[in-house]
Design a protein around this ligand. Structure first.
Ligand SMILES: O=C(O)CCC(=O)C(=O)O
Length: 335
């Protein structure tokens, strides 16, 4: 009798390094202190094309899902299978082996210029022009309109499906959005800033911020940080891809340029007992960053930032994105 083994896709997933450890921690009855592996959580989920919050929601159910159920769910949200090249790269990375960029090589891809890097150092953000091509950003914008059941030519349709409390659009894995996350210019810009190529596109949402009108007021996000304010303030980046032209008044992304350089002093200058996340609301200097369709704004996560009310004629349509290396130092304490 010939010997052969058949490995089901779910079994292959179960052998992925770190998956079981992550599942065990997330399904534990009591919340564990920081595991020191939050970076690996991001890498695991990015490699599996899963959003961090989506995974937490699935695993926080009680009774907790079994490991095999988790693996089946991962496969099902990936359309039933994950291609072996993607799994192989993830396996290597989680095993501590060196890996290259998410796809292809970045050697011939134009990176950030000396001026752009100098702008980054000084202001803490950079606008990467033509980060994705015309067809790619048009496909992504069309996908977002389609998801919302809206149409660019019908303003009445822009407000229909929006939950009044948010401009986020929970669209995670549409191919038009997935491919933008690893577009060569996108990857190269993030690689230049991290100075590494072992990057993982985090699965983030899209955004739709229509013009304000009676019955629709901009719901935020108002000025905030997504990072901990506890020291040390470790390097990190966030990004937003404008899928359509975004003049300053059309709900553009806003930030306080240069704040990444003065964050520690600013924190020390606050009177005892002040909540920095409240205090930042009265800080001057928040400016809108306009951009053309296809521009990617990347900012240092120490910049306080916000979106803004759309006082233009057209919706602002975006894709949020960031790429992170397999492992990176981070500050575990949340403040
Ligand atoms: O949508 C925007 O312009 C702001 C994005 C933002 O606040 C965030 O990504 O944390």
């Amino acid at each position: 009798m010939s010997q052969f083994s058949v490995t089901s896709p779910a079994t292959a997933l179960l052998h992925l390094p770190y998956l079981e450890r992550y599942w065990r921690r997330m399904t534990a009855a009591a919340a564990a202190p920081d595991s020191g592996e939050w970076d690996l959580d991001n890498t695991l989920l990015a490699g599996l094309h899963i959003n961090l919050r989506e995974a937490a929601t699935f695993l926080n159910r009680r009774p907790a899902p079994a490991l095999a159920e988790f693996a089946e769910w991962i496969l099902s949200v990936n359309g039933g299978s994950i291609d072996e090249a993607r799994l192989h790269r993830l396996r290597m990375a989680l095993d501590g082996q060196p890996v290259g960029p998410p796809a292809g090589t970045l050697d011939d891809v134009p990176g950030l210029t000396a001026e752009e890097l100098a702008h980054w150092e000084e202001h803490g953000y950079v606008v990467v022009h033509d980060a994705v091509g015309t067809a790619a950003r048009e496909a992504a914008a069309e996908t977002i309109y389609g998801f919302l059941g809206a149409s660019p030519n019908d303003p009445a349709s822009w407000y229909g499906k929006l939950d009044a409390a948010t401009i986020w659009v929970p669209l995670y894995r549409h191919p038009a959005l997935t491919s933008n996350r690893s577009a060569p210019r996108v990857m190269r810009a993030f690689a230049d800033l991290w100075d590494r190529e072992d990057l993982w596109p985090i699965v983030d949402q899209a955004g739709f911020n229509p013009p304000e009108r009676p019955g629709w007021r901009f719901p935020g996000p108002f000025i905030h940080w997504d990072m901990t304010l506890a020291a040390p303030h470790i390097f990190g980046v966030q990004g937003i891809l404008y899928l359509t032209d975004t003049p300053a008044e059309q709900g553009a992304f806003c930030c306080i340029p240069g704040f990444h350089r003065r964050l520690p002093d600013w924190l020390h200058s606050l009177p005892a007992g002040t909540d920095p996340r409240q205090a930042i609301r009265s800080e001057p200097g928040l400016v809108p960053i306009a951009g053309r369709a296809g521009d990617l704004v990347i900012w240092h996560h120490a910049l306080p930032h916000a979106s803004s009310p759309n006082r233009g004629r057209l919706p602002r349509i975006v894709q949020y994105m960031t790429l992170r290396p397999t492992r990176w130092p981070y500050t575990a304490e949340w403040m």
